[in-house]
Design a protein around this ligand. Structure first.
Ligand code: NAD
Length: 284
């Protein structure tokens, strides 16, 4: 099936980025938020991002205007009825996602695909809320969605091969690098990265190395493009702790559990770049 109109539900950090890459790739997007103000805020963020691209010579003003013209925002879920594929990017909680998928299921064409951007919930549990679990997949984008190329296409046992391939094809059309994987806790990247970053944080206490030197160690000794402490600050300590807790709940492997040092930072509000302080301090 050729996807021409994409619905995006939730235009927060991830949804706005996903909407942006879709309109930039020439697709029409209908984005749904809970209020008109949040919809407009998302449009302004996308406008700002594309305008910086114009300033840097990555796209022309005409291309930016054409991309923005392909984005419609709405508060009415019913406006997504004509979508070929809908990507959900609302709060990371199972019940609101299941209830949204039930509503979408009753609304869109029987052959439309419903995709979730969940990081840690079971795609199968979301798919099971619908009457079309064979048309439900995970499309797990990475933050920031306009920058990071990977999309994990998550296939549940209930999903059809055709729906999975349609999602892979869409990811390619919007310029991403899709991989296919099963519906397992953390999928691929977080399953590897979360315990690894937890280890790095524990090693701070075990070895007495400073965050600066740990980051230098991994950059200059393992050729990482960014040090682990800088990476946790970028992702957000709260986001990392939330994902670690989900993996710990699901797998019960001690390495998955968030280290006490990160829990203390989260409680203190030292969440990384977004609060100006995490392992490191950030101006402005
Ligand atoms: N932030 C990340 O690094 C990241 C990375 C990959 C995946 N994810 C996943 O993406 C999803 C969204 O995360 P986020 O960081 O963008 O969250 P966010 O809080 O920035 O955005 C969520 C948005 O959804 C809106 N919303 C809530 N319920 C809605 C509804 N019923 N209809 C329409 N809009 C609704 C909220 O108003 C909010 O703007 C989560 O499942 C998260 O786990 C996040």
């Amino acid at each position: 099936m050729e996807v021409r109109i994409v619905g995006v539900v939730g235009l927060g950090t991830m949804g706005a980025g996903i909407a942006q890459v879709c309109v930039q790739a020439g697709l029409d997007v209908v984005g749904r938020e809970v209020s008109a103000e949040l919809g407009e805020r998302a449009r302004a963020r996308i406008d700002g991002y594309l305008s910086r691209g114009v300033d840097k010579g990555r796209l022309s003003t005409e291309e930016k205007d054409a991309a923005l013209a392909r984005l419609t925002t709405t508060t009415e879920l019913g406006d997504l009825a004509g979508c070929d594929l809908v990507i959900e990017a609302i709060v990371e909680e199972l019940e609101p996602k299941r209830s949204l998928f039930r509503e979408l299921d009753a609304l869109v064409r029987p052959d439309a695909i419903l995709a979730t951007n969940t990081s840690a919930l079971s795609v199968t549990a979301i798919a099971a809320a619908t009457t079309r679990p064979e048309r439900v997949v995970g499309m797990h984008f990475f933050n920031p969605a306009p920058v990071l190329p990977l999309v994990e296409i998550v296939r549940t046992d209930l999903a059809s091969e055709e729906a999975v391939e349609d999602a892979v094809e869409l990811a390619r059309r919007i310029g991403k690098e899709p991989i296919r994987c099963d519906d397992t806790p953390g999928f691929v990247v977080n399953r590897v990265l979360i315990p690894l970053l937890n280890d790095c944080v524990r090693i701070l206490d075990e070895t007495g190395v400073s965050p600066e030197d740990l980051d230098r160690a991994m950059r200059f000794g393992a050729n990482w493009p960014i040090g682990p402490c800088a990476l946790v600050d970028l992702v957000g300590v709260d986001v990392h702790v939330h994902a670690a807790e989900a993996l710990w709940q699901a797998l019960r492997e001690p390495r998955m559990a968030p280290p006490p040092r990160l829990l203390r930072m989260a409680r203190a509000g030292h969440l990384g770049r977004k609060t100006g302080r995490g392992f490191f301090s950030y101006d402005g």
